[in-house]
Design a protein around this ligand. Structure first.
Ligand code: BGC
Length: 261
C-alpha cells in the first residue's frame, strides 16, 4: 500500500472487466476515488464500483466511448464534479481481434486503432490539458502490451496500435516531464482476462502460450494492478517514459531457453 495515494482521484478507462477492474479494485484498496469508465458492460462496471467501495475507496461508473473527444471530456468532468479534481489517468481500454492481414478490413483496422491508440491520445490529451492549465502534478499510465515489442502475426492492427502507444508514451513523457507530469506504460503479457478467456479455455492453446512464458504460467490481473499502483505512487517518482513489462519474462526471447540458438 502507498499511503500518499489515499484520497487521490483517478480515471480508468475500460474498467468494467479484466485488468481494468483489477486496477480499480487495487485503487480501492489504496483508498482512492475512481471514475470507472465502461463502454457497454454496465453490469461489469457496477461490479467494479462495488469492488472499489468494498475495499475502502469511492467510485462511480461512467459510460463513454474513449475513441471520441466528448467521451474523454465526460470522464474528466465526472472526476471534477464528483471528486473535485484529477490526479491520475489510466488509459486502459483496449480491444483485439484476429485476421490475416491480407483479409483485415479497413473497418477492423480503424476500430482497433481508434480504441487502442487514438483513445490513448485523447485520454492523455484530456488529462495533460487539465494538469497543465491547473499547474498540477499529474500522472498518466497507458496500457500497452508485450506486443509493443513482439511482432504478432494475424494481429497486425493490434501490434501497430501498441507500437504506437510505446512511442506516444515516450514522447509525451519527455514533453511534460519538466511540468511535473509523469507518463509511463505497462506491458502485460498473457494475463487471465476475458479477452483471453476463450483462448485459455482450450488446453492446447493454454499450453502453447504457457510455453512462451519463462515463468511457465499465465499472469493474474492483480499482478498488473500492482504495477499500476507502483507507477501511480511516489515510489516511482523518478520514472518516466518506461514500459514496465508484467509478462513472466515473455519479452526475453523464450525460444532461446536452455541455450538453443
Ligand atoms: C494480448 C493477449 C495475449 C498477450 C500475449 C496481449 O497483449 O491482449 O491476448 O495473450 O498479449 O501474446
Amino acid at each position: 500500500m502507498y499511503s500518499e495515494l489515499t484520497g487521490k482521484v483517478a480515471v480508468i478507462t475500460g474498467g468494467s472487466k479484466g485488468i481494468g477492474t483489477a486496477i480499480s479494485k487495487r485503487f480501492g484498496q489504496e483508498k482512492m476515488k475512481v471514475v470507472i469508465n465502461y463502454n457497454s458492460d454496465l453490469e461489469g462496471a457496477k461490479q467494479a464500483v462495488k469492488a472499489v467501495e468494498d475495499a475502502g475507496g469511492s467510485a462511480i461508473a461512467v459510460q463513454a466511448d474513449v475513441g471520441s473527444e466528448e467521451g474523454n471530456k465526460k470522464l474528466l468532468q465526472a472526476a471534477i464534479e464528483n471528486f473535485g479534481q484529477l490526479d491520475l489517468w489510466v488509459n486502459n481500454a483496449g480491444m483485439e481481434n484476429q485476421h490475416e492481414t491480407h483479409e483485415l478490413s479497413l473497418k477492423d483496422w480503424e476500430k482497433v486503432i481508434n480504441v487502442n491508440l487514438t483513445g490513448v491520445f485523447l485520454g492523455s490529451r484530456t488529462a495533460l490539458d487539465y494538469f497543465v492549465k491547473n499547474n498540477k502534478k499529474g500522472n498518466i499510465i497507458n496500457m500497452s502490451s508485450v506486443h509493443e515489442q513482439i511482432p504478432w502475426p494475424t494481429f497486425a492492427h493490434y501490434a501497430a496500435s501498441k507500437g504506437g502507444v510505446k512511442l506516444f508514451t515516450e514522447t509525451i513523457a519527455m514533453e511534460y516531464a519538466a511540468r511535473n507530469v509523469r507518463v509511463n506504460s505497462i506491458g502485460p503479457g498473457a494475463i487471465n482476462t476475458p479477452i483471453n478467456a476463450e483462448k485459455f479455455a482450450d488446453p492446447q492453446q493454454l499450453e502453447n502460450t504457457t510455453k512462451m512464458v519463462p515463468m511457465q504460467r499465465i499472469g493474474d490481473p492483480a499482478e498488473v494492478a500492482a504495477a499500476a499502483a507502483w507507477l501511480a505512487s511516489d515510489e516511482s517518482s523518478y520514472v518516466a517514459g518506461i514500459t514496465l513489462f508484467v509478462d513472466g519474462g515473455m519479452t526475453l526471447y523464450p525460444a532461446f531457453q536452455g541455450g538453443q540458438g
